[in-house]
Design a protein around this ligand. Structure first.
Ligand SMILES: Nc1nc2c(ncn2[C@@H]2O[C@H](COP(=O)(O)OP(=O)(O)OP(=O)(O)O)[C@@H](O)[C@H]2O)c(=O)[nH]1
Length: 313
């Protein structure tokens, strides 16, 4: 595999790619590495990504818009079903699909489930991306490449490419972009130069808080947390050179018994969540922020259609 250098009279291309893969496969990290900044939140817990966050990769000859979808999984709740609908909708709209498979894990039923769905999407080219190659040696990597090739043969389709990458080690990330670009349609740029994401600021802010809230919580909690930014308003009466943005946020959990976990002894954990996420929010918005976090119980929201709508799903 070698980098492709386009001739200067090559047509401009622009289009959409989405990364699919089971939870934790490294999709968000790869999106961020390609875009070069933190647009999709990451965590070492599965199903972190709920929103379709787009990252935009700008090149002189192309613009690649990345749609980061949630991991496809067997639905157990109404939320789970909705998430899978979001995934399939994203798949049918893109110009190319990148299937992320971690190098350090043998192909499992989850991967086969997704590959089988991919086999049904005939028109869209599919690239297999072997992620986290920094975690394995070359023998393991070779075995994984063979297994992935074998998988598509069994299901009756062919990968447009199979690319090993490490987002953390920054290995072959730009090669991946080189391989994705020729699969995009000829088109002028779709977004202004310099835009890295079209995600609304409030959604980005909510995701940063959710990311901080997820750090270090026990297994049962992650799926129970939803974050909604209610309001972002500039504080009145501040001197022009010392602005302050008031950000009012509700952190929803499903049961009152979860309150203690998220708030912590004497509010210590919630405070930590605030301090950590505020740093990222200030960097994102480029202004000092006063963060007002409230924890609220939305009973069994994952199973309740009304609540799901209210929380933006
Ligand atoms: N060593 C190593 N770890 C990685 C790499 N890419 C991602 N990870 C780690 O793998 C974990 C999951 O990464 P994410 O990018 O959140 O995975 P995801 O597929 O977006 O996960 P969901 O949002 O749950 O679907 C995180 O702890 C990352 O730090 C990589 O190239 N090398």
């Amino acid at each position: 595999m070698s980098a492709r250098i386009p001739s200067s009279d090559a047509p401009h291309r622009a289009g959409f790619a989405c990364f699919v893969g089971r939870p934790n496969a490294g999709k968000s990290t790869l999106t961020n590495a390609l875009v070069g900044t933190k647009v999709a939140i990451t965590s070492n817990r599965p199903q972190t990504t709920r929103h379709t966050v787009r990252g935009i990769v700008h090149r002189p000859e192309a613009q690649l818009v990345l749609v980061d979808t949630p991991g496809l999984h067997k639905p157990r709740t109404l939320l789970g079903e909705r998430l899978n609908d979001v995934v399939r909708a994203a798949w049918s709209e893109v110009d190319v699909i990148g299937f992320c498979l971690p190098a350090d894990q043998k192909l499992g039923p989850g991967d086969r489930y997704i590959a089988n769905e991919l086999a049904g999407i005939k028109k869209t080219p599919k690239i297999a991306i072997v992620t986290k190659t920094d975690l394995v040696d070359s023998k393991q990597l070779a075995e994984q490449l063979i297994a992935i090739d074998q998988l598509s043969r069994e299901l009756g389709f062919e990968w447009a490419e199979i690319v090993p990458v490490s987002a953390v080690g920054d290995t072959q990330v730009s090669l991946l972009a080189d391989l994705l670009v020729p699969l995009l349609p000829e088109s002028p740029p779709l977004y202004p130069e310099g835009d890295l994401t079209d995600e609304p600021e409030q959604v980005m802010v909510a995701e940063l808080i959710r990311e901080a809230a997820l750090e270090g919580v026990r297994d049962e909690l992650p799926h129970s947390i939803a974050v909604v930014v209610e309001e972002m308003i500039p504080r009145e009466g501040r001197p022009e050179n010392k602005p302050l943005l008031d950000v009012h946020v509700n952190v929803y959990i499903e049961r009152s018994s979860q309150k203690g976990i998220i708030i912590g002894p004497k509010g210590a954990r919630l405070k930590e969540v605030g301090v950590k996420s505020r740093k990222h929010i200030e960097a994102l918005l480029g202004t000092p922020v006063f963060l007002d976090l409230h924890v609220k119980v939305a009973k069994d929201w994952q199973r309740d259609p009304k609540q799901l709508r209210k929380l933006g799903f």
